[in-house]
Design a protein around this ligand. Structure first.
Ligand code: UT7
Length: 333
């Protein structure tokens, strides 16, 4: 079986467990179309999305993040006391109902009973894979021995329900993985970076919405510019990830990109030339685009459905505002 290799002189890091939280409320395309000039058919055809999840008031950012984190700990058979580093990625912390009190990572650490060092990552839809690479580096260097990585998002807080370009796309949820040292590497070298020429293509800034009491942080996106960048730039990023890992497309069992748009996933997979045997993550159909939570959510769905097995090699690829990207090959826990 093909394996990842660790850089000489470093401690191999691997993912020991995964956990997710999917909010209770399922929102259909019909419901979204009550507020925008669109149709369920258009939304499904242009994005692949049939339903998404919107968090209720009690499903706060720290609450959802902690639930996903607790499940990742349980999946790994680890104790909260083992965790010495917590990395939390989100872009929706500025939302009005995020449930934040103090810093988000600390709020999650408190719920889980951790005594870990904590840090927040704000790399938008690349947040999960950026956080994963930071945590992996920490384990590889010996700075931490058990690192919890969480992506948690309430995109419904920062997306206007009347913005026709974004209202149907984004969704809420959380996902987490636990990293530990191991005999063999389970996390390959990352390829990460940004194309700041398109820094203004996705922004979150204060906007006075007619249906809201005051200025609230609202996401604005030049969707078509992002789409064109993604399908043009990302195949090369995937090839770089494979090269740096010493792998080819036939070594990979699953391709799990950020769930931005089903058409982006399809276009990138086709341009890279993955064989039929590679399982492609399509969690977006029922879960929408959950930004920093989408990759662990999609990974968990593939594992739960039996379409990927523990030990399989999955190529993860985050991308989004910045425009940023970060990806690596990992062994599925
Ligand atoms: O997760 C972070 C990164 N984000 C992304 O990766 C998102 C990338 N972008 C996208 O996924 C796509 O750009 C969208 C799904 C957001 C939009 O799809 P598109 O194919 O790029 O649409 P468009 O903006 O180019 O608009 C095409 C047509 C226009 O009509 P005309 O000018 O061709 O007559 C729009 O007015 O679709 C129309 N349109 C809509 N029609 C029905 C735009 N939004 C809608 C809508 N319902 N909601």
């Amino acid at each position: 079986m093909t394996q990842l290799s660790a850089r000489p002189g470093t401690i191999p890091a691997t993912i020991a467990g995964i956990g997710v939280y999917r909010p209770r409320r399922v929102v259909t395309n019909e419901e979204v179309c009550r507020h925008i000039d669109s149709s369920p058919r258009w939304i499904e055809r242009r994005s692949g999305i049939r339903t998404r999840r919107f968090a209720q008031p009690d499903e706060t950012l720290p609450e959802m993040g902690a639930m996903a984190g607790a499940k990742a700990l349980a999946d790994a058979g680890a104790d909260p006391a083992d965790v010495d580093f917590l990395v939390v990625a989100t872009m929706s912390q500025t939302g009005p109902a995020s449930g934040r009190r103090g810093a988000l990572p600390e709020a999650i650490a408190a719920r889980l009973g951790l005594r870990a060092a904590t840090v927040g990552v704000g790399a938008a839809c690349s947040g999960f894979t950026v956080a994963l690479n930071l945590a992996a580096g920490s384990v590889r260097s010996g700075a931490s021995r058990c690192a919890l990585v969480i992506g948690t998002e309430r995109m419904s807080d920062i997306v206007s329900p009347t913005d026709r370009g974004t209202a149907f796309l984004f969704s809420d949820g959380a996902g987490a993985v636990l990293l530990v040292p191991s005999e063999t590497a389970g996390i390959g070298p990352a390829v990460w970076g940004s194309d700041t020429r398109l820094a203004e293509a996705i922004t979150v800034g204060p906007t006075r919405e007619p249906d809201r009491a005051g200025p609230e942080p609202t996401l604005r996106m030049a969707g078509n510019s992002v789409f064109r960048w993604a399908v043009t730039a990302l195949p090369g990023v995937v090839r770089d990830i494979l090269d740096r890992s010493g792998l080819t497309v036939t070594d990979i069992n699953a391709f799990i990109p950020h769930q931005a748009n089903m058409r982006i996933t399809d276009a990138v997979a086709q341009a890279v030339g993955f064989p039929e045997s590679v399982v492609i993550a399509r969690d977006i159909a029922d879960q929408g685009n959950t930004s920093a939570a989408s990759i662990p959510l999609a990974t968990e769905r593939l594992r739960t459905s039996g379409r990927v097995q523990r030990g399989d090699l999955a190529l993860l690829l985050g991308f989004g505002a910045g425009l940023s990207y970060a990806g690596m090959v990992v062994t599925v826990p």
